[in-house]
Design a protein around this ligand. Structure first.
Ligand code: IPE
Ligand code: IPE
Ligand code: MG
Length: 232
């Protein structure tokens, strides 16, 4: 079975899941953390090398203040609680995005959690927080300008976030929307796109397995013809 090396997931649908149950939106986010735990365990068991998830976009600051604060405090709690279990599972954690804009508490929790898992090698878990695909391209371009280098695809690619993970092979979005929402614009330029109506708090191991099965049936042509791909 052809396994993607790098899987990215837009975990969407927490609010709708909660609303349908007359619960506060924040309850959807809380339940969503459980789905993420399941996904991480499943990806590790399958032998995925890099798992990248979208936890908070640069646009999500526009949400009501109470929702943003609840998300940030869940994030701090999850980092504190999960760092040791992740290191026991040999998973290296990275928080990717503009973390400078985060509160002191969160930045400290991020640094501690990353340090706890730094030695792990079996899989990387990249949590995109205050991340935007456009922001990523701009930060890469700025670094290149500061170094006085010429801008070309190779150099820009080398300065984008998540060098260790390489291009995204499979991008999954839950919650029924079919859009990128400013996620990994550069890294996912040739990703296979998989959309499911399942809302994130209900996402289960079988749903991930279904996406992997579907990926196995794709023919990745990268611009070539199908005949060319099949003859190599
Ligand atoms: C995704 O779920 C989680 C975040 C964006 C933090 P949503 O909160 O966007 O859920 P819906 O799309 O409103 O259902
Ligand atoms: C994208 O979901 C961001 C995350 C999943 C963290 P949104 O729910 O914020 O996306 P839009 O705004 O509906 O496109
Ligand atoms: Mg949404």
């Amino acid at each position: 079975m052809a396994l993607p090396k790098h899987v990215a997931v837009i975990m969407d649908g927490n609010g709708r899941w909660a609303k349908a149950r007359f619960l506060p939106r924040t309850e959807g986010h809380r339940r969503g953390i459980q789905s993420l735990r399941t996904l991480v365990r499943c990806a590790r068991e399958k032998g995925i090398e890099h798992l990248t998830v979208f936890a908070f976009s640069s646009e999500n600051w526009r949400r009501p203040q109470e929702e943003v604060s609840a998300l940030m405090s869940y994030f701090v709690m999850a980092l504190q609680k999960e760092a040791i279990p992740l290191s026991e599972a040999d998973i290296q954690l990275h928080i990717v995005g503009d973390t400078q804009a985060m509160g002191e508490d969160l930045r400290a929790a991020i640094a501690r959690a990353e340090a706890t898992t730094m030695h792990c090698r079996s899989m990387t878990l990249n949590i995109c927080t205050n991340y935007g695909g456009r922001w990523d391209i701009v930060q890469a371009a700025r670094q290149i300008v500061d170094k006085g280098l010429a801008i070309d695809e190779q150099t820009l690619g080398e300065h984008m976030c998540m060098q260790w993970a390489g291009p995204v092979d499979l991008l999954i979005r839950t919650g029924g929307e079919k859009r990128m929402s400013n996620f990994l614009l550069w890294q996912a330029s040739y990703a296979e796109l998989y959309f499911t109506d399942v809302l994130w708090p209900e996402y289960a191991a079988e749903d991930f397995e279904a996406a992997l099965q579907w990926y196995d049936g794709r023919e990745r042509r990268f611009g070539r013809t199908g005949d060319q791909v099949r003859s190599v």
